[in-house]
Design a protein. Structure first.
Lengths: 244, 244
DNA sequence: TATTATAATTGGTCGGACCACTCGGCCACC
DNA sequence: GGTGGCCGAGTGGTCCGACCAATTATAATA
């Protein structure tokens, strides 16, 4: 029940154009602005928000890249159907729409991760080079010394992605990491998890060394299932909005 | 030799700031600007390009959303490592860097599609609602009447994505469609393909109706393999840059 | 030497002006 | 009746010059 806000309201200071992006994005994602709708002219929006037109334009440029609006010279600004977008950056914004991640979407992301990442490991076992194996060994060795495990963990997965020789895996992995960034932090606070992580990584390394594709996939799947529990556990103690 | 061009397509009416985006993006992706590098100040860039600073700023705002640069108030503009990006919009730009898609990356995309989309069908069979089945039947019926097959095909896949109840599938599917948009056009020019498509869609519909998850996945996989051949075939007759 | 002012640099916002494109209405012409 | 040209209002695109705000580098000071 949010009956407010048919009108745009003046804005706070600090990256003014970001604030504008937020306001317009919110109205589009919430359905207040529907696909095909024509936004007020730049000059009108500027007047309504009591900001300069240049600032509005910078905001609109961002919204355009996000895929939320289409700008037509001499015509106007039109709302695009974000349901037809393939922009994961926009998906992330939707994820945090209400300040807190909806359980539905979270499980959707985890599901996709569970599908994509094991295959990544599969192809990494198939396509890794000797140089990549060397790098991998260094990371695993550093982990045994218990040095900045989170950082090393990210590096290892990134390396596996590159080893798959499919750039799309790199992008997808980064996408997942960006979403679960916060969770990783807490994950490595438990000694139990740290040990588990080291073991998993030794196993992954072994599988890649021997080129055991199925085994690499299986291990990666185990890793995901293990961390998934941690994510859900953290999520359930944390369903408050992380910002007011 | 593609004797296409029955229709003239909208002309590339590139705006000035888009040109700037292109130039800077190219320098970053080609490695001329490396991660961590500091770009010249806005005023310098503007002077160098002989354009107004406001125009440069609009370009920079776009590059920021793309994840190629980071702008720090009072400090400067820094190049980000696109290899750590999770932004598929950026990936698409990389895809077309040289004007033509590199075979490596193309096969990488097809590989990811082959992994993701069948799972989407699997979950669609599990989670589809009666309303969605109704919509699906309408689409299949329209296809029997041979009406705008390409459009109907896109709609059908989009519906399957929604039926999976995982918004990420919708985004991923859109991403793939955007990349293969051009190929779909030619695909439906062959009567052979049109018939095959209708048959596939009848099968998918049947699987979803009965909630046969594995079967839905199998059929989807068959569709992908079939269309993949068409894509490669077209690609091999078309490896010229599509713009000078 | 360490700390604190101060200046210089750089991104952020402003306002006002003019250019370029689109669209709709009007009109002459076929 | 339809076609094409013309024009004017509306709207996005670019430009100029100015000032604000955050950061960094530098100089002054204790």
């Amino acid at each position: 029940m949010t009956p407010e806000a048919k009108k745009l309201s003046p804005v706070n200071r600090s990256r003014l154009h970001e604030e504008i992006v937020g306001q317009i994005q919110k109205r589009i994602l919430s359905g207040a602005f529907k696909p095909g709708d024509k936004l007020p002219a730049e000059r009108e929006v500027a007047a309504e928000l009591e900001v300069n037109r240049a600032t509005v334009r910078e905001a609109l440029k961002k919204l355009e890249v996000l895929g939320l609006v289409e700008i037509r010279h001499g015509d106007g600004i039109y709302v695009k159907n974000f349901y037809e977008s393939g922009n994961l950056e926009l998906f992330k914004n939707i994820l945090y729409l209400e300040g807190t991640i909806s359980p539905d979407i979270l499980s959707g992301v985890l599901q996709m991760r569970g599908i994509v990442v094991p295959e990544m490991a599969f192809y990494a076992a198939r396509n890794r080079t000797k140089a990549e194996l060397d790098e991998l060994r260094k990371i695993v060795a550093a982990e045994e010394a218990d040095l900045s495990l989170l950082e090393k963990d990210l590096a290892l997965h990134h390396l596996v992605a590159r080893a798959s020789k499919n750039l799309l895996y790199v992008f997808m992995l980064n996408f997942f990491n960006q979403i679960f960034r916060d969770y990783g932090f807490l994950y490595f606070e438990r000694e139990e998890n740290r040990q588990k992580s080291r073991q998993f990584h030794r196993d992954i390394l072994a599988a890649l060394e021997k080129g055991e594709e199925e085994k690499a996939r299986r291990i990666m799947r185990a890793i995901l299932e293990y961390t998934e529990k941690a994510i859900y556990a953290y999520y359930n103690t944390q369903q408050k909005p992380h910002q007011g």
